[in-house]
Ligand binder design. Structure first.
Ligand SMILES: Cc1cc2nc3c(=O)[nH]c(=O)nc-3n(C[C@H](O)[C@H](O)[C@H](O)COP(=O)(O)OP(=O)(O)OC[C@H]3O[C@@H](n4cnc5c(N)ncnc54)[C@H](O)[C@@H]3O)c2cc1C
Length: 354
């Protein structure tokens, strides 16, 4: 495409924003249409950058995740230098405690894991240490991305819902939106868990409930946790400002809003078992969000059935981690027509939809 070409990104979550910025830096005129910036899963996430703690098996997805984790420090620096807003990137490492013995060459035995982290629950018998994994403060990242995009001249239209993608002869002709018709030369779908409302893609919302507690103010100078704990059915993510994020449930309940007592109860019980001193920490917030889940839990990236519509969705539980690599691969594809080999495993065609 040529400098000044117009691109509409549908969806202004972490993926839409990151991709819009990359394309703008290449010279595109970019508009983001976003039904609700506030509702984006990008705000609800824990912000873990955890390909190893997640135990993603060797293959294309692990390659994609590791490539994105490698891009993170420089990418965050770039976004921060454009926006002036710190995104809270922290290569804190991730400790993965276990309640059952697993053994193996990188296994930390009971003594080693309790030495590495004081205050773990008594039933922790060992675990794994992933020093290259880390975290970003995803809410700060969302602010940083929004401000960066706007200061680069991306038009971010919040509160605009795309209701229909009109297509004819293998091309998108225009969009029907809550504010009337809109058109561009190219379109990018980055609508996360809501994608099925626009295209027949197999993406459903997987709800996650979360809560946070605060380290008591007299202990802020010496935080009790300085690494993420990735336990069994629970993770505990300490932020440098004294918040501790606890997550998450994983529920197929459609777009059901709100926290539930059962959801929060499960988070609290599992978190206290893993790190008992949390029981005295004040609760700060509870919230929920919707992961865009595909049947094989891999994202949907790249070309669609329409020549001028590119897909960047379905990032399920790793969209914060995958934002830099998604933005890069999609921008290269759209702008330079260069399809990186990494993309081939993430085509929508693997689902054989019509
Ligand atoms: C509880 C929870 C914990 C998570 N933890 C992590 C984690 O630790 N690490 C990690 O890497 N990932 C994590 N994730 C996953 C990550 O948040 C998502 O994969 C990521 O946010 C997806 O980004 P997205 O931009 O595709 O979607 P979103 O961030 O959800 O943004 C989609 C946007 O599109 C807009 N939109 C939808 N439909 C339309 C339409 N028709 N017209 C206009 N706009 C539309 C929406 O309003 C929304 O703003 C977590 C998710 C949840 C819910």
């Amino acid at each position: 495409m040529q400098s000044g070409s117009e691109i509409i990104v549908i969806g202004g979550g972490v993926i839409g924003l990151a991709t819009a910025i990359e394309l703008r830096l290449l010279g595109a005129e970019v508009t983001i249409l976003c039904q609700s910036f506030k509702a984006a899963a990008g705000h609800a996430a824990a912000g873990m950058l955890a390909p190893q703690a997640e135990q993603i098996p060797a293959g294309a997805m692990l390659d994609l995740c590791l490539a994105s984790r490698d891009l993170y420090p420089k990418w965050v620096q770039k976004i921060e230098s454009i926006s002036g807003v710190d995104a809270g990137y922290w290569q804190s490492g991730i400790l993965a405690p276990r309640y059952t013995d697993e053994q193996g060459s990188d296994w930390l035995d009971t003594r080693s894991i309790h030495d590495r982290q004081a205050g773990l629950g008594e039933s922790v018998v060992g675990g794994y240490w992933h020093p290259a994994d880390g975290q970003v403060d995803n809410r700060a990242l969302m602010r940083s991305l929004l401000i960066a995009s706007q200061s680069l001249g991306v038009k971010f239209q919040d509160g605009v819902e795309v209701t229909t993608i009109h297509r004819s002869q293998g091309r998108v002709t225009h969009l029907e939106t809550s504010q009337g018709e809109m058109s561009a030369q190219h379109y990018i779908l980055a609508t996360g868990a809501w994608s099925q409302q626009l295209l027949p893609l197999p993406i459903v919302p997987r709800k996650g409930q979360m809560l946070s507690v605060l380290v008591p103010s007299d202990r802020r100078d010496n935080l009790p946790l300085r690494q993420v704990l990735f336990g069994e059915e629970i993770y505990i993510v300490p932020r440098q400002d004294g918040r501790i994020i606890i997550g998450a449930t994983s529920e197929y309940v459609g777009f059901a809003a709100h926290n539930t007592l059962q959801g929060v109860d499960r988070l609290m019980t599992n978190a206290i078992r893993l790190f008992p001193s949390l029981r005295d920490f004040p609760i700060h917030e509870t919230w929920w969000g919707f992961r865009p889940a595909t049947p094989d839990e891999l994202p949907i990236l790249g070309a669609s059935n329409d020549a001028n519509l590119t897909l960047a969705t379905g990032h399920y539980r790793n969209g914060i981690l995958l934002a830099p690599i998604t933005a890069k691969l999609i921008a290269d594809l759209v702008w330079h027509q260069q399809a990186d080999n990494l993309l081939s495993s993430f085509s929508w065609q693997r689902f054989e939809l019509i």
